[in-house]
Design a protein around this ligand. Structure first.
Ligand SMILES: [Zn+2]
Length: 221
């Protein structure tokens, strides 16, 4: 069987979507790319999360041909592959309809940097891309056009797509986008949050991305 480790990583990240409350029924998917072969491992279409196994993940090439798998690949496969083709830095992708983030997507609103947590993880406004139809590469094209430097994008009237240098990093961005969307939604009930200024955004992003969790992290930070 091809790509056993990547199958396991993609399966495990798919399992994390219901665990973190980011998906309902069969919605949502995770994929990962193998550097050596260029193949993409992705969730099969239409299976419940509890029925997923590392073995029934689907392996496709960058033309969306199924290389290994008995199920069809996720209906978002063409869009995942489109992003991998055009972003060599992206090795993992996650898609969800997580409720709070998708509420912003429903009304076509980005999430500005109102919180240090948004600066830390995203380093910029979480953008909202335009509406794109499901099934082909249109979502991938709109992700590429609108995501900028953010690891996450809201897709209008649809949901969340995240990208990462690893499958786990894309998963973390999907968890964090829902977490900050929930906090911002709550904040908007009681007042109008202010955006952090660019200096603070950059300082928080730099600290979190380079020093957080390392031996060099200052106790004063
Ligand atoms: Zn979707």
């Amino acid at each position: 069987m091809l790509l056993e480790q990547l199958r396991y990583d993609v399966w495990k990240a798919n399992q994390a979507l219901p665990k973190y409350g980011l998906v309902a029924w069969t919605s949502g998917n995770v994929s990962g790319r193998d550097l050596e072969t260029g193949y993409v491992v992705i969730k099969p279409s239409g299976l419940l999360f509890e029925d997923l196994t590392p073995e029934n993940m689907v392996v496709v090439d960058l033309d969306c041909n199924v290389i290994e798998g008995t199920h069809g690949a996720s209906s978002d496969t063409a869009s995942h592959v489109y992003v991998y083709r055009h972003r060599p830095d992206v090795m993992g992708m996650v898609h969800t309809h997580s409720n709070y983030a998708t509420a912003f997507a429903a009304v076509g609103k980005p999430i500005p940097v109102y919180l240090t947590a948004i600066a830390d993880e995203f380093g910029t406004t979480i953008p909202c891309g335009g509406y794109a139809r499901i099934g082909g590469k249109q979502i991938g094209e709109e992700i590429l056009r609108s995501i900028g430097t953010s690891p996450a994008i809201l897709m209008k009237q649809h949901g969340v797509f995240t990208v990462g240098k690893t499958v786990e990093k894309a998963l973390k961005a999907a968890v964090m986008v829902e977490d900050v969307a929930k906090t911002v939604w709550l904040a908007l009930q009681i007042g109008q949050p202010e955006e952090l200024d660019a200096t603070e955004v950059n300082a928080n992003y730099e600290r979190y991305q380079t020093r957080y969790g390392t031996a060099n992290a200052s106790l004063n930070e």
